[in-house]
Design a protein around this ligand. Structure first.
Ligand code: CP3
Length: 338
């Protein structure tokens, strides 16, 4: 198996910078679209052979150093009595919503057999892949935002109303999701994933004070209880949360483009860093793209170790050719004088 990605996850320097992309499987890719025309997104997630095939596509087509399981952060809700749907142009829809302590009775402990298809896809993939496989979950907080809002949100009014009007009930919700997430990730590890990424996409909407109260203890509990595989923590607004992130003890911190990687290297000394190109840079000219990529590679070299990625998922308008060129550029980059 190609080792650079896992070596970098473990904090060791590598001969070249390993690279993969969040949302590397998806609608920007004609090969994905071909399958997607026949099946809806949830059916693809729930059919292990299809999920496996789509997971492998970017490894074959782009030559990335790691695969990420094709699934979604909302999938574990299916084992907890919550219905999820993905509606074209509207994104995910979740029901019933949990917006108050009195709604908590609608949430069941996770029944892991209900999402067996996830572990079956992983088992196929560990047999077929020649690169490491990344499993994932949301953080309890990011998962909660969908269950509270019922869909994607901009202002998270219901989330904050629940949090600040019934903090004890909100903590109970975090405890339920922490337990479910640990069980879900443990099963993924048992099925064979080589690393775990925790998506805390929306942690950055909170003040650092509230991150410490409502997010950090639960993320920490999950990270502390994951054994045997490296953990990548993806979060936005990392500079505002620096003090808290530094004692989370994940192996890798995935940063977005709002922080200069040069600053991140100084602030997050104990971390391997993953990131941090703005995905929309890839809609620009090659000159603009590679100028930024080169900077990230050179500055990333000073981190404990560096895995190249975007600061968020691949945008649907990205051309496959651009990503291919990017992977080759990163693999062939010579760090002269660094
Ligand atoms: O990264 C990968 O290639 C692995 C698969 C993956 C998906 N979603 C596939 C997907 C992963 C790791 C996710 C995580 C996820 N899902 C997050 C965290 C990361 C992030 O983007 O911040 C979040 C917030 C979700 C929730 C979600 N799923 C939303 C908001 C949407 C709609 C947005 C959109 O692009 O339509 C989804 C749908 C989704 N998840 C698609 C894919 C490939 C598009 C499905 C399709 O119509 O084909």
């Amino acid at each position: 198996m190609k080792e650079a990605f896992l070596k970098a996850c473990r904090g060791f320097k590598t001969d070249y910078t390993p690279v993969w992309f969040m949302r590397q499987a998806g609608r920007y890719m004609p090969e994905y679209q071909k399958i997607r025309q026949k099946y809806d997104f949830l059916t693809m997630c729930k059919t292990p052979e299809i999920a496996a095939e789509v997971t492998i596509q970017p490894v074959k087509i782009l030559g990335v150093d790691a695969a990420i399981l094709f699934s979604d952060i909302l999938i574990p809700l299916e084992g907890m009595g919550i219905k999820i749907e993905f509606i074209e142009d509207k994104g995910p829809q979740v029901s019933p919503t949990i917006r108050a302590s009195s709604h908590l009775e609608n949430l069941k402990e996770i029944e892991i057999e209900a999402v067996d298809y996830v572990f079956n896809a992983i088992k196929i993939l560990v047999r077929e892949l020649h690169v490491p496989l990344i499993g994932f979950s949301a953080s309890p907080f990011t998962l909660a935002t969908y269950v509270i809002e019922g869909s994607s949100s901009k202002e998270f009014i219901n989330t904050k109303r629940f949090m600040f009007s019934e903090p004890a009930g909100f903590h109970k919700l975090m405890e339920i999701f922490t337990k479910a997430t640990l069980k879900y990730l443990t099963e993924q590890i048992r099925a064979g994933v080589h690393a775990i990424q925790i998506f805390d996409t929306w942690a950055g909407i909170l003040s650092p004070f509230d991150y410490e109260i409502f997010v950090k203890p639960y993320v920490k509990k999950i990270i502390d209880n994951i054994k045997n595989v490296p953990v990548i923590y993806f979060c936005s607004n990392t500079s505002g949360l620096a003090n808290h992130l530094n004692d989370l003890n994940a192996n890798v911190l995935s940063i977005d483009w709002r922080i200069d990687i040069k600053d991140a290297v100084n602030i997050f000394k104990s971390y391997s860093l993953q990131g941090n190109l703005d995905p929309l840079t890839l809609l620009g000219t090659e000159e603009e793209i590679f100028q930024r990529v080169e900077r990230i590679l050179i500055d990333g070299k000073r981190a404990k170790s560096h895995i190249f990625n975007l600061g968020h998922g691949v945008n649907i308008n990205t051309r496959v050719e651009v990503l291919k060129k990017l992977v080759d550029f990163i693999h062939e980059f010579k760090f002269t004088g660094v």
